[in-house]
Write a protein that binds this ligand. Structure first.
Ligand code: ZN
Ligand code: ZN
Length: 350
């Protein structure tokens, strides 16, 4: 199938229109017309080559919602017209202990990311959601509940699951005290999800600039990380801190904010960090952990959770040709929402 997307042609190039082919349907494949695609900070990291050399041209995007336009002969879960979603991975071995345990992101054989990796059967490089169509095997396609607004659903597929999984894993429940470092795409979803779980949520930020935005989405307020007195007064104040900062930074100001047995979870930065001071960890049995997206079953669960609690990400709709501007904003870190590409702005005939 002929389609069109926006691709990076090299690590220093801008995103440009790119015509390419999607594979013919296999028996267990679902063919999707993409309606909306979220712009994740990791798309920017990846096309910039920050996480290693990439197979260019590369179409990023792993927050995908759309409608089914065709299905393979063995597909049983979906039919033409269904509203569906694809997230950060499109395949895995399906037989190892992690896959059997619904943790395909930790597949022992390596999961296949939605873009930039060889297809398990053909070796062809996968291409992501900044495009008009995608073909994916049915096991990696999720259903979008009817009550979710399709135009404001895409960011749940990465920002949502990336924060939902650690909140659940580290026991956030009614009355938990949760801190969220950073109020971008991941951070604002962490706030909304933790609030819906019944937690008291505080945003940690370098300034109080986004205080109103934080309150608007249910946080009790902002703890300014540069305010030494306020930080000292907040010692032991959190059970879980979700750290969404996507660049190298210093955890040492944050670990003393955890209560005994508290956990700080890194979900944004994959790479170097400032050297840790271990005293707060040892003296309070505090933990620093990491977390990577979530399995397919849990991704369906967060979609259903958002539908049940009427949670939508804060989205700013852009046309496909505005994606370079969106990247520039992400680079500056000045947005408290997710950019979402409206794919009706792209035409295969263009
Ligand atoms: Zn992402
Ligand atoms: Zn596996």
């Amino acid at each position: 199938m002929k389609t069109i997307g926006y691709a990076a042609k090299s690590s220093d190039a801008h995103m440009v229109p790119y015509h390419f082919e999607r594979r013919n349907l296999r028996d267990n494949d679902v063919s999707i017309e993409i309606l909306y695609s979220g712009v994740c900070h990791s798309d920017l990291h990846t096309v910039n080559g920050d996480w290693g050399d990439q197979p260019y041209p590369l179409v990023p995007g792993h927050e995908i919602v759309g409608k089914v336009i065709d299905v393979g002969s063995q597909v049983s879960k979906y039919k033409v017209g269904d509203h569906v979603a694809v997230g950060c991975m499109v395949d895995s071995c399906q037989t190892c202990d992690q896959c059997e345990n619904h943790e395909e992101q930790f597949c022992r054989d390596g999961m296949t990311p939605t873009y930039g990796a060889p297809d398990r059967q053909t070796g062809e490089i996968t291409q992501g959601g900044y495009s008009k169509h995608i073909v994916a095997r049915e096991e990696f396609v999720m259903r979008v509940p009817d009550s979710l607004d399709m135009a404001r659903t895409a960011p749940i597929l990465c920002a949502g699951i990336t924060t939902y999984t650690p909140l659940k894993k580290f026991g956030v429940k009614q009355g938990s005290r949760v801190g969220v470092i950073g109020l971008g795409g991941l951070g604002h979803m962490a706030v909304k999800l933790a609030v819906a779980m019944g937690a008291e949520v505080t945003v940690l930020s370098r300034s109080a600039k986004k205080e109103q935005e934080a309150k608007n989405i249910g946080a009790s307020g902002i703890l300014v990380s540069d305010d030494k007195e306020a930080m000292e007064a907040s010692a032991n104040a959190f059970d879980v801190i979700i750290d969404t900062v996507p660049v190298k930074h210093d955890l040492n100001p944050y670990t003393p904010l955890l209560d005994i047995d508290g956990t700080l979870v890194i979900v944004g930065q994959i790479g170097p960090m400032e050297e840790p001071i271990t005293a707060p960890l040892v003296l309070g049995r505090r933990r620093v952990a990491g977390s990577l997206i979530g399995g397919i079953k849990e991704t369906q669960e967060v979609l259903d959770f958002c539908a049940e609690h009427n949670i939508h990400p804060e989205c700013k709709m852009i046309n496909a040709d505005e994606v370079n501007d969106a990247f520039a904003h992400l680079e500056k870190g000045d947005v408290a929402h997710r950019f979402v590409i409206d794919m009706s702005s792209l035409s295969v005939d263009a």
